[in-house]
Design a binder for this molecule. Structure first.
Ligand code: ATP
Length: 367
């Protein structure tokens, strides 16, 4: 997804607004006071490690939890204490939560029966929903006669059948194997595009979040670490947690010595993108492994580039890319990544190399 697309989603068209929302369980704070605007029509992912507060935030929006402080607005309507059924928010769960004794048709029809829709309308809507998830002809099956992926498609059909204004999915692909997960990621993305509905999606899998989202809300210990597009989080991480959670990163500790100068603690001064940071401020310099260009140690770095010299201590072939670990004379180890080439020479352990990078491809992190 592009930033252009996210910019098209207007801020003032918030589907959900959280103002100062927090959640305590007894003396334990699961969610610190949080502000969040989910834009109408966007695919927003709540990403974070286990225990970071993703499900708590989702349950507050769904109405299965009431916040300790703050307000939750759906469109302009205050729903902070409204019961879940009055919110019109659809949910898809990791464990599918299907009714085992009911057929696929009856499971998907259930939300419409509760809403007392006429029989012929129910028949049409259920078949439309099943067609959208590729389950035509499965009406009479029972959930246990289906694979995990098929059961989750039923879960999704049951959610979209009554056209909720917001669809929330809590680790919906968590129980599926990798290939099926990737296939269903694409299906869910397509569904989001077709429906145009606001999606709020929970996962702890960063690749899934990068692949699917318009924006990612990265959470850590009960708070939002950064909210932004996938490329903002990858290229402009706000702090060390974001830099390490999203993708791989090299972090060099040191301090700022001038407007665009950085001195590493273990020695070596580097050019960095200029930022308003006080001279002397301790910080870390972050460089993504694929930005460290490797070449022969006889080479001189190109003008304006930073460089390190070291020795390869390990390489791992990971398909399209090869990870190369390089140790400097002072013991610091950095990781470089290069496009794999069949039978490539010169990347075996023990080889001396020059690593260089353009300062614009590094980020100074102050916390
Ligand atoms: N009902 C509860 N009572 C007490 N503590 C709770 C309760 N629900 C959640 N917590 C705690 O709140 C914190 C956040 O939990 P939450 O389920 O929101 O995390 P999560 O990011 O969704 O994690 P996971 O990826 O493991 O599902 C955790 O430390 C959890 O133990």
């Amino acid at each position: 997804m592009t930033r252009d697309r996210v910019n098209q989603l207007q801020d003032d068209e918030a589907a959900i607004t959280l103002e100062n929302v927090s959640m305590n369980f007894g003396t334990f704070t699961a969610l610190r006071p949080t502000d969040l605007k989910v834009k109408s029509g966007e695919f927003l992912t709540l990403l974070g490690p286990s225990g970071s507060g993703k499900s708590t935030l989702l349950n507050l929006i769904a109405g299965s939890l009431a916040p300790t402080t703050g307000r939750i607005l759906l469109g302009g309507r205050d729903i902070t204490f409204a019961p879940p059924r009055e919110r019109g928010i659809g949910m898809v769960f990791q464990n599918y939560a299907l009714m085992p004794h009911m057929s696929v048709f009856e499971n998907v029809a259930y939300p419409l029966r509760i809403r007392r829709e006429p029989k012929d309308v129910i028949g049409k809507k259920v078949h439309d929903a099943l067609a959208r998830v590729g389950l035509e002809g499965f009406d009479e099956r029972k959930p246990k006669q289906m694979s995990g992926g098929q059961q989750q498609r039923v879960g999704i059909a049951r959610c979209i059948v009554y056209s909720p204004s917001i669809i929330m999915m809590d680790e919906p692909l968590g129980a599926l194997d990798k290939n099926l997960r990737e296939q269903m990621q694409d299906e869910i993305k397509r569904l989001h595009t077709d429906l145009g509905t606001t999606f709020i999606y929970v996962t702890h899998d960063q690749e899934e979040a990068l692949n699917m989202s318009d924006r990612i809300c990265l959470m850590n210990v009960g708070g939002i670490s950064q909210l932004g597009t996938p490329d903002e989080l990858y290229f402009e991480p706000r702090n060390r947690f974001v830099a390490e959670f999203i993708g791989e990163s090299n972090l060099i500790s040191g301090r700022i010595t001038g407007r665009d100068r950085f001195l590493a603690n273990i020695g070596g001064e580097y050019a960095v993108p200029s930022r308003e940071i006080a001279v002397g401020q301790e910080c870390r310099l972050m460089i993504r492994p694929e930005r460290l260009m490797m070449s022969s140690p006889e080479n001189e770095p190109a003008a304006g580039r930073n460089s390190l010299r070291g020795r390869i201590i390990d390489t791992s072939f990971i398909g399209g890319m090869t990870r190369i670990q390089v140790e400097m004379a002072d013991g610091m180890v950095v990781t470089s990544k290069a496009i794999s080439e069949h039978g490539r020479a010169g990347v075996q352990a023990g080889t001396e190399v020059l690593l260089e990078w353009d300062p614009v491809n590094s980020v100074v992190l102050t916390d």
